[in-house]
Design a protein around this ligand. Structure first.
Ligand code: RIB
Length: 316
């Protein structure tokens, strides 16, 4: 049983700001940090800290940033032997973090553009493994990787972030678990309706209704993360589960960057060790909340023990 993450590795240039700059405005940052990030790398780290045997597959540049990713993952005993070095620079992200904790991100894919399904095919993936993908590498390669993993009998998990400009046909065909936030869920519903040439869905439909529409139409498990309201899951035969977020006061939220990645990595780790959907959802919802309490993505991810302590206190 292993969690295999095929995806992006970025260097995050994180600026804490009082507010976002307006066009033409120059602002002084409150703080600046260079941190390892990228949705793929973040999810791999989150899964590993939650206790899963985890491998990261992707591409970084032959630069210091790329080496920093490999070194940091090695320190956490995460398998990095399938990370390739590219002539392109390591992917990067400029992240503006407002005082509310909300963020704005500008990405440069760099070496992530070269990540391919062939890298996964060189990995000895087994039927009891889980493959986790996101949308920061080439979409066609992601589809190939999901199909390949499914053919081996492995569990497939797709976090549909960031929302692509277009959905390639077949993207959802071999996905077992689709993880989206509310905006991403809306985009999937619009895509499905456009396919059937109907009008776009009412923007006011609830997350639960969205999860039901997606799960039944695409015949997969749909998980929608709803920020401070927790998360909802719907199975293809319409079983519904809900998990609360931790009750965190807004003044304690430092940075929401990578909270969805914390959720996804921990969810994958929980399923991989045999948790049922409801248990995995509860576990992941706590991990997503805890990731908002510190600056940065990977730097804020909890261990298995920390998640369990919070689950226990929430149950008391
Ligand atoms: O989800 C957060 C991540 O998105 C950041 O680490 C950044 O690299 C972007 O990929």
């Amino acid at each position: 049983m292993s969690v295999i993450v095929l995806g992006s590795l970025n260097t995050d240039l994180c600026y804490q700001l009082k507010a976002l700059p307006r066009p033409g405005e120059t602002l002084h940052a409150l703080s600046f940090k260079v941190l390892n990030g990228g949705k793929g790398a973040n999810q791999a780290l989150a899964a590993k800290r939650a206790g899963a045997d985890t491998a990261m597959i992707g591409c970084v540049g032959r630069d210091d940033y790329g080496q920093s990713h490999i070194d940091a993952m090695g320190l956490e005993a995460l398998s990095t032997q399938h990370i390739q070095r590219s002539v392109q620079p390591t992917g990067s992200a400029v992240i503006y973090i407002e005082q509310s904790g909300e963020n704005t991100i500008i990405l440069n894919a760099g070496a992530n553009e070269e990540t391919s399904a062939a890298q996964l095919q060189a990995y000895p993936i087994k039927a009891d493994d889980s493959l986790v993908c996101q949308m920061e590498i080439n979409q066609a390669e992601t589809i190939k990787a999901l199909n390949y993993a499914k053919n081996t009998g492995a569990r497939t998990i797709l976090n549909l972030a960031p929302i692509p400009d277009e959905f390639t046909d077949g993207l959802f065909n071999t996905v077992d678990y689709l993880i989206v936030n509310e905006l991403e869920a809306h985009a999937v519903c619009q895509y499905m309706l456009a396919q059937e040439k109907k009008t776009t869905p009412d923007a006011t439909i609830s997350a639960q209704e969205q999860a039901q529409i997606i799960a039944t139409n695409l015949q997969l498990n749909c998980i929608i993360t709803c920020g401070d309201k927790g998360a909802i899951a719907c199975t293809p035969d319409e079983e519904i589960y809900a998990a609360p977020a931790l009750p965190i006061s807004t003044k304690d939220i430092i940075d929401t960057t990578g909270a969805g990645d914390s959720f996804t990595g921990v969810f994958a780790a929980a399923l991989d060790r045999g948790d049922q959907l409801e248990e995995a959802l509860n576990f992941a919802a706590i991990a997503g909340s805890l990731a908002c309490l510190k600056l940065g993505a990977q730097s804020s991810y909890p261990t298995d023990k920390e998640i369990r302590q919070h689950l226990k206190s929430a149950a008391q």
